[in-house]
Ligand binder design. Sequence first.
Ligand code: ZN
Length: 511
Amino acid sequence: MDNEKIGQLLIKKGLITQQQLTIALEEQKHRNIGTRICNILIEMGFVDADICYAALAEKLGVKSINVFDQNNREIFEFTENQLLTLEQHLIFPLCFNKTANTISLAVSDTDQFLSIDLIRESFFNPSAKVDIFLCSQKAILNFLEQYFYNHQKLDPNQEDFLEMIFRIALARKCSDIHFQPHQYFTRLCWRIDGDLHEATLIHYKKWPTILGKIKFLANLDISENRKSQDGRFSAEIFGKKIDFRVSVHPTLFGENIVIRLLNFSNNIFHLSSLGFLSEQLKLIDKIIQQEQGLIIVTGATGSGKTTTLYSLLQKINRPQINIMTLEEPVEYVMGSIRQTSLTDNSKISFSDGIKSLLRQDPDIILVGEIRDTDTAIMAIRAAMTGHQVYATLHANSGLGVVARLIELGISHELVAMNIIGVISQKLVKKQCSCSQSVSCRICHGTGLFGRTVIAEVIAFDKEISLAISNKESLLQIEKSKLHGENHFSMEQDIKEKVRAGLINKESSMFF
Ligand SMILES: [Zn+2]
């Protein structure tokens, strides 16, 4: 089926507009031959992948993945080479019915005869029948990613060891990969949900080759081993663009390497799926409905501040408003807003950046972090001139933000006038639904898996503002001005989540 026809089908179904098809067809001219129009439309955010492929399957008279019973999915043991073949051909075997001699395959294109034959012959048997289930490339890449999450083992002897590390790290949602040299081995571990976990040990004789490969990838000086070095590289894995920030630091037994993974395809989640409760969401709604003012998310490094900010932006984003950001670096890519990464263009400071943004007719500005007086002044100025300004700032509590701004040289009056809301948050480990079964594959018997936000939310009102400009002590304000209408405390949040069995009291104490 040609692209124009597919496009017209989607238009007829009301899934896309003619303009969207036109721009996607134009984009296709600049792509490799064989890039399907569906994938471009999905990538451009014009249509949902599942809906698009269901429509296509219906038209082609084949089954869509939606009708495949996921309970029938079989867990195959793939070799490293087979996995790379599947990734290359974008096909994923779902199950093999031996009695019926039929393989069920997830494919993104019904014209992939050669690839389908290859998988049938080299993975199963040449006489098998093939039952096709149509789905998006993204869905197939998700199957692969899941496979890596659950089954792929790491072996320092394998040829593509480093590639496998990156794939598993991504599938397991690691934030950092560590290579720690010891006397007889290098310990590979990764940070998942805030904790380091050992992945494997690499014999010291094997380490120099791997070290060299990493340095080469990151464009570092391979012969230099006594100085700290920083570099980066990017790669596309499971269809996601990943940036790897590499830091090398000399230690007693060799160079320690930490690689930070920045995943630009990170999903932006709804606030409630981050863990915000309905009472907190009500206060947040109250805050973001105000037309202008400063909205601050505070918490320690790694407490998920940026994730919360992006969920907020997602909630308010619509075509009628202009959202612009300044970040260092950009961690989430949102197609319909304008983002600036200050690391790539270090000639701009946060405060100069805000000055420049204000000439760009924004409605909403996001400032990665307020950490100096100039930035604080500019953020307040932006808020005073009719903008909503979102930012992060380091403080120990919700009202601590007020103290911090005053410490940075902003007057009590200006803080009182401009601040409209604060979210102070931490991330806490969630209890696994298995209630600590030793055989649990999700939490590996620890009883804890994933993290949730616990947060204090303050919706600043006249009463609080007046108290701040009257220079009342924060303790006084906390005691007499915060109440159910404008405040939800972190203690309340912990209490409710412990009661709901979502977290346990011990883990919330330590974070
Ligand atoms: Zn479990």
